[in-house]
Design a protein around this ligand. Sequence first.
Ligand SMILES: Nc1ncnc2c1ncn2[C@@H]1O[C@H](COP(=O)(O)OP(=O)(O)OP(=O)(O)O)[C@@H](O)[C@H]1O
Ligand SMILES: [Mg+2]
Length: 241
Amino acid sequence: MLELRAMGCGYGQIRALDSLDLTAAPGTLTALLGPNGAGKTSTMMAIAGHVQVQQGAIWFEGRDITRASPVARTRAGISIAPEGRRIFPDLTVAENLLVGGYTRRMAEARAAEERVLDLFPRLRERHRQRAGSLSGGEQQMLAIGRALMAGPRLLLVDELSLGLMPAMVDVCLAALLSLKEQGLAIMLVEQNTQRALEVADSVTVIASGRMMFQGSGAQARANPDLVDSLLGLSGHGPPAD
Ligand SMILES: Nc1ncnc2c1ncn2[C@@H]1O[C@H](COP(=O)(O)OP(=O)(O)OP(=O)(O)O)[C@@H](O)[C@H]1O
Ligand SMILES: [Mg+2]
């Protein structure tokens, strides 16, 4: 469904990710792990169309979308809940959701909103509340909900658990698992390796823009030391050429 073919991305002269091959299938959760500065956010943003692809290609449902605009990708079925959540604090929960549904007809957006509010009853309770007054966990629910408003078949979630109480992480992870059961492909970037490994069907570890490990969730879980040691590469710089 999603296929990165030797995809590299970055910012002008700066290369954030070197040549990554990765596939994600419907109804699966792919964890993208790595230390700070590894290139996780850049990879997710390149898939969503916000960071420049410098090499290779991105295919989605049989189409080359490497050069497609962000809105074309949204329409094609790719949505992102970005790092830092980026909700609009001065808008209400309802208004934030409506923004996420901007590519759709009003009737479709209303139906999508009902599904989001069923998924996150907390958001239904706080529907008319200013988003800036929500707790961190509720803001993460809203960021995911807003991404869902476009009706994605691939949902990218960057830093699900950052700053959240464990109980809130549980709620958000349970929501992702239920979306996965409904057939969505989920790609999750997560600082909390342990939690990500518990739920991942496949795992890719990158460090300094390079792929360090790729395997099934079961393989990664059977080998937690490997993943831990790879994440420990933080600060050691890229491997010598
Ligand atoms: N807007 C930008 N302009 C230039 N370089 C950038 C920009 N954003 C990120 N980078 C660089 O790209 C590299 C990868 O950053 P990225 O944010 O993708 O990492 P990350 O794995 O998401 O890190 P973190 O765990 O801290 O969120 C870093 O070297 C970073 O400095
Ligand atoms: Mg990041």
